[in-house]
Design a protein around this ligand. Structure first.
Ligand code: H2U
Ligand code: ZN
Length: 348
């Protein structure tokens, strides 16, 4: 029997962070595909839009008026999914009808005063300010809440409702599903091996290089071995870091650098404002021992073949398990081969 070739033969890969498998079918990439030719997407948004709820000086839907802010700006979400004062008694625990009450809060973070500049189009110095504000928000909300979700939904395809570049912050008094799973698996790995799962992973990927997209002294961005979305990436510090608040000055600059270079490549891939959901995962802020954690960011972009052709997680994926055609290595190679210079910048 011949040896399995991961570039050609159907196989499964294991995600040690979630404890689940993904089916990889690289042979299907040989199917004929009529590539669609699309023009680069250059939006002509103004630097300030009088009709935007998030621009400086404008009124939001609630009637509250944004200050004339410069740089990143945080405000309380006018329609928060969680409330700060929900009564904390247990709501129901019949055998099959289990519920619990929750407390939390939600905020919106405008990345800068500029209506027309998405994250990759901001300078490293401006992105650094976003990194600092994320860390400050984590420090503040982490005093009250056990989990602080820092994330961005980018693009209409991902359900983003406001054109002004922004992210969201949701703080909860419980660990959401994804976090609880990552907590379990990082803890089990630490108990078994005595080392940190994603520190081991970041350093082995750095040594191998085949799934690396961009890397600097302190950070690495890879298409993870177990990626499910075509161009999914994982961004990690190489040193053991629990939370954004623990990053040194140099590591914060490095973080801005890696985010800039990764998101520019994303935009350059299909010459579009590349949609995704991204978010930071670090050690929870609730009481307990979380030293087995490693800070990281996930990027989950839906696009597959062009600025408009996306992957759907349906059928087998909904009902059985995630599946991909293009290998993580091919996706990484495509992203790695692109320029750090944003296509809009290059066209000037
Ligand atoms: P998206 O990231 O999905 O675009 O969400 C933007 C958030 O901004 C959304 O949660 C909030 C919405 O509640 N928002 C306000 O708080 N005030 C506004 O005036 C507009 C939008
Ligand atoms: Zn705006």
């Amino acid at each position: 029997m011949r040896a399995i070739n991961l570039e050609d033969d159907p196989h499964r890969r294991f995600n040690p962070l979630k404890g689940e498998w993904v089916l990889v079918s690289p042979h299907r990439n040989k199917r004929p595909w009529m590539g669609r030719e699309e023009k680069p997407i250059v939006s002509n948004k103004p630097a300030h839009d009088p009709g935007c709820y998030l621009c400086p000086g404008n009124a939001r839907t609630s009637g509250a008026v944004n200050p004339l802010y410069r740089g990143p700006y945080v405000f309380d979400n006018d329609f928060p999914a969680l409330l700060t004062d929900t009564p904390l008694d247990r709501a129901g625990d019949e055998r099959l009808f289990i519920s619990e009450t929750v407390r939390g809060t939600a905020r919106v973070i405008c990345f800068s005063e500029r209506h027309d500049l998405t994250l990759p189009e901001l300078s490293r110095a401006s992105i650094r300010k976003v990194v600092d504000l994320w860390a400050d928000q984590l420090a503040e909300l982490g005093q009250t809440y056990g989990w602080v979700a820092l994330f961005e939904n980018k693009g209409e395809m991902m359900g983003c409702s406001q054109p002004h570049p922004h992210g969201q912050i949701w703080a909860t008094n419980y660990l959401p599903n994804e976090i609880a799973r990552e907590d379990d698996h990082q803890k089990a790995y630490h108990d078994k091996h005595g080392t940190i799962l994603l520190v081991d992973y970041a350093n082995s990927e750095s040594a191998r290089g085949e799934r690396t997209i961009v890397e600097n002294d302190d950070w690495i961005a890879v298409v993870p071995y177990w990626a499910t979305w075509p161009f999914e990436t994982l961004v990690m510090p190489k040193r053991h870091v629990l939370r954004l608040t623990d990053l040194t000055d140099g590591e914060r600059n490095g973080c801005a650098d890696i985010l800039k270079r990764l998101t520019c490549r994303y935009d350059n891939l299909f010459q579009t404002e590349f949609p995704y959901s991204m978010g930071w995962h670090g050690a929870p802020t609730m009481k307990g021992s979380f030293d087995h954690w490693q800070l990281h960011a996930h990027f989950y972009p839906p696009l597959m073949r062009s600025a408009t052709v996306r992957k759907f997680m349906v059928g087998f994926e909904m009902l059985a398990e995630s599946q991909r055609d293009m290998t993580a290595e091919s996706a990484a190679e495509r992203l790695r081969s692109l320029s750090d210079i944003h296509y809009k910048e290059a066209a000037k």
